[in-house]
Ligand binder design. Structure first.
Ligand code: NAD
Length: 265
C-alpha cells in the first residue's frame, strides 16, 4: 500500500487575488480561531474591510490587532451568537461603521462530541442555538440591505459529516444537514435582487482544535482511509473557496454546495 504523507499542509500552493473584493465589507461569525480566523485574514489580505464576532475575546482581539497593525481593515466584537439581539446589533454596528455588508459568512459552530443517550432537550437546543439558529438571524440582519443594493453573497457553512454518516455528534450533524435547507430557502427571494447564497462544506480541516482533540494515531488512519487526496486540508484551503464564492468570479453561482473535502464524499 502507498504511504500518504498527511503531514503536508497544502505545500507550495499560491492563491488568487480577486480585484472585485477590494474595498468590500465582509462579516464573519466565529472568526477568532480556526477556519473563521483563516477567512478573516484572507479577506483582509484581499483589501476587504472584515468584521467578525466570537466568544474567544483574546484571540479575536489579537487577530484584529495583527490585521490593523499590518495596515488592513478589521473590526471585532465579543459576541455570543446564542444572543441573537447582540449578534444582530453587532452586524448593524459594523455596517454603520464600515458601510453596507457585501459578504456574510455564517461560520460559527460547535462540534463537541455527544452520545445519543446523553442528549437532553437542552443539549439539543444548545447545539442548534450555535450550529443553525444564528445563521438564519444573521441572514435576516443583512438581507434587506443586500436586496436594496442588488448585490451580496452569503456563505453558509455546512459539513460533510452528515453525508459521511459520522455518528459521534448527532445534534451537530442534524443542524449541519439543515443548513442546506436554510440556504435553498433564500435562493429565490435573494436571487430576484441578484444576491447569492451558497453552502460551503468542509471536509476534515486541520485547525488547531481538530489537531489537538482528534488527530491521534487513530485519527491519522481514519484520514488516510477516507480522504483520497493526499495531505491535510488547511483552514486556508477552505478560505480560498470562501473568497471565490464572495468574488464576482462566482457571480452566477447560487443555491449550490461547494465541497472542500479532498474527495472524502
Ligand atoms: N474543522 C473541520 O474539520 C470542519 C469540518 C466540517 C465543517 N466544519 C465547519 O466549518 C466551520 C468552522 O469550523 P472550525 O473547525 O474552524 O470551528 P471551531 O470550532 O474551531 O471554531 C468556531 C469558532 O466559533 C466560535 N464560537 C463557538 N461558539 C460560539 C458562540 N456561542 N458565540 C460566538 N462564537 C462562538 C469559537 O470560539 C471559534 O472561534 C464550522 O461551521 C464547522 O461546522 C469544520
Amino acid at each position: 500500500m502507498t504511504t500518504i504523507d498527511t503531514s503536508i499542509a497544502s505545500p507550495g500552493l499560491s492563491y488568487a487575488i480577486y480585484p472585485s473584493l477590494s474595498g468590500k465589507r465582509a462579516f464573519v461569525t466565529g472568526g477568532a480561531t480556526g477556519i473563521g480566523a483563516a477567512m478573516v485574514r484572507a479577506y483582509a489580505d484581499q483589501g476587504v474591510h472584515v468584521g467578525f464576532i466570537d466568544i474567544a475575546e483574546t484571540e479575536g482581539r489579537q487577530l484584529c490587532r495583527s490585521i490593523t497593525d499590518a495596515g488592513g481593515a478589521a473590526w471585532f466584537r465579543k459576541v455570543d451568537v446564542t444572543d441573537i439581539a447582540a449578534m444582530q446589533a453587532a452586524i448593524a454596528d459594523f455596517a454603520k461603521a464600515e458601510g453596507p455588508i457585501d459578504v456574510l459568512v455564517n461560520n460559527v459552530a460547535n462540534d463537541s462530541r455527544h452520545e445519543m443517550q446523553d442528549v437532553t432537550p437542552d443539549v439539543w437546543n444548545q447545539s442548534f442555538d450555535v450550529n443553525l439558529r444564528p445563521a438564519f438571524f444573521a441572514i435576516q440582519a443583512v438581507a434587506e440591505q443586500m436586496i436594496a443594493r442588488k448585490q451580496g453573497s452569503i456563505i453558509n457553512f455546512g459539513s460533510i459529516s452528515w453525508k459521511a454518516k459520522v455518528d459521534s455528534m448527532p445534534a451537530y450533524t442534524t443542524a449541519k444537514a439543515a443548513v442546506h435547507g436554510l440556504t435553498r430557502s433564500f435562493v429565490k427571494p435573494l436571487g430576484a435582487a441578484g444576491v447569492r447564497i451558497n453552502t460551503l462544506l468542509p471536509g476534515w480541516v486541520m485547525t488547531e482544535r481538530q489537531i489537538t482533540l482528534h488527530l491521534d494515531a487513530e485519527g491519522e488512519q481514519f484520514l488516510r482511509a477516507n480522504q483520497p487526496l493526499a495531505g491535510r486540508i488547511t483552514p486556508e484551503d477552505t478560505a480560498a473557496m470562501a473568497l471565490f464564492l464572495s468574488a464576482d468570479d462566482s457571480a452566477l453561482c447560487t443555491g449550490q454546495e461547494f465541497t472542500v473535502d479532498g474527495g472524502w464524499t
